[in-house]
Design a protein around this ligand. Structure first.
Ligand code: PEP
Ligand code: MN
Length: 355
């Protein structure tokens, strides 16, 4: 990391960036209110920091040991920028701002009528963002894979419904991309691109999605430690996209015998991650619980832990749903969840857990 003097000129900054490139690294220039800090993307051990420290305009040049630095609070603080939190805009919604944001909708888009009925229901319940899966990650090849699996025309049609429903009910929309080949198409239609838990480790997918410059909803893998999750987040920030919403959605349950939940919601991860990074953290109680009778409790707990919002699966008749019916709640139940969570949020105060 190179910290420039507060009176460093643009030419001096440009010179330092040029020098960094000579060593095969990339530079992330963060121009804060008081000074400029240059983060290094690549193998820092190649950099002769002593030599950089005496370049004109440089205040300090040092190696940063953490595997994630561009998203760290420390780095942001040095440049006097983002020391508190990053607010991400999607349509007219602010994620990571003063109010919790609720993303809701079906697990999978099944038809135009199904999507529009659910969109209307979640809007009435107070949701801010509409979700709906078109490319579904499924364990079995024999299960419904989402309408996107039908081919490009079917994918386009389903994506256009999602866009249309978002426009009609005035909600930005989010859907998952499961592979690099889907990124260009999905980015044309949605406001937020989701990277699912199973793809948390797919570096090439992360890079490709980040380059679209749109907000990203990035889910933690069910076997990933917090450091790994944050380290992989850095792949996207290295592409100059800092609009990343991190999402805790449960890790693998422990022990023998019956598991009473689909995953174990790691609520401590929420404030723990917030201590490390200025990026907003959300909670998905639906995939964590895997059962609808726990959604209310886990939602309240997620907001109490300091989450900036929730992602919840909703269907007007969950038993009819082709995917994840067992964890879906109805729009009426969502309304109760949102109202109560808003009260919980008020009670704990905004960003209680942030540094
Ligand atoms: C989803 O949100 O549709 C989903 C499949 O979630 P996850 O990637 O967390 O399993
Ligand atoms: Mn689902």
């Amino acid at each position: 990391m190179i910290i420039m003097k507060s009176d460093a000129t643009q030419e001096q900054i440009t010179e330092v960036v040029k020098e960094i490139k000579k060593y095969g690294l990339r530079a992330d220039v963060s121009q804060g209110a008081y000074r400029t800090v240059i983060g290094l993307v690549g193998d820092e051990s190649k950099i002769p920091f002593d030599r950089f420290a005496i370049l004109p305009g440089v205040k300090e040049a040092m190696m940063v040991e953490t595997p994630y630095k561009l998203i760290s609070r420390e780095y942001a603080k040095l440049s006097g920028e983002e020391s508190q939190h990053r607010i991400i805009k999607a349509g007219n919604i602010e994620i990571g701002g003063d109010e919790p944001v609720f993303m809701a909708g079906p697990c999978a888009v099944e038809s135009k009528a199904q999507l529009f009925k659910i969109a209307e229901g979640v809007k009435m319940a107070g949701a801010h963002v509409l979700r709906g899966g078109i490319f579904k990650p499924r364990t079995s090849v024999h299960s419904f894979q989402g309408l996107g699996a039908g081919g490009e025309e079917e994918a386009k049609e389903a994506l256009s419904w999602l866009r249309e429903a978002g426009n009609k009910f005035e909600m930005p929309v989010v859907t998952e991309v499961r592979g690099e080949g889907q990124v260009d198409l999905v980015a044309e239609y949605v406001d937020i691109i989701q990277i699912g838990a199973r793809n948390m480790y797919d570096q090439d997918l992360l890079t490709k999605v980040a380059r679209k410059g749109k907000p990203i909803l990035y889910k933690r893998h069910f076997g990933a430690g917090i450091e790994e999750f944050l380290s992989f987040t850095e792949y996207m920030v290295a592409e100059d996209n800092k609009d990343i919403i991190l999402c805790e959605r449960g890790i693998l349950p422990l022990g023998k015998g019956k598991s009473y939940t689909r995953y174990t919601l790691d609520l401590a991860a929420v404030p723990a991650i917030q201590k490390e990074t200025y990026l907003p953290v959300m909670v998905d109680p639906s995939h964590a619980a895997g059962r609808r009778d726990l959604i209310f409790s886990l939602s309240c707990a997620g907001i109490a832990a300091g989450a900036c919002g929730l992602m919840i699966e909703v269907h007007y008749n969950p038993v009819e749903a082709l995917v994840d019916g067992q964890q879906m709640i109805t729009p009426d139940e969502l309304k109760d969840v949102i109202n109560t969570c808003q009260r919980v949020h008020k009670a704990i105060g905004p960003r209680r857990n942030n540094n």
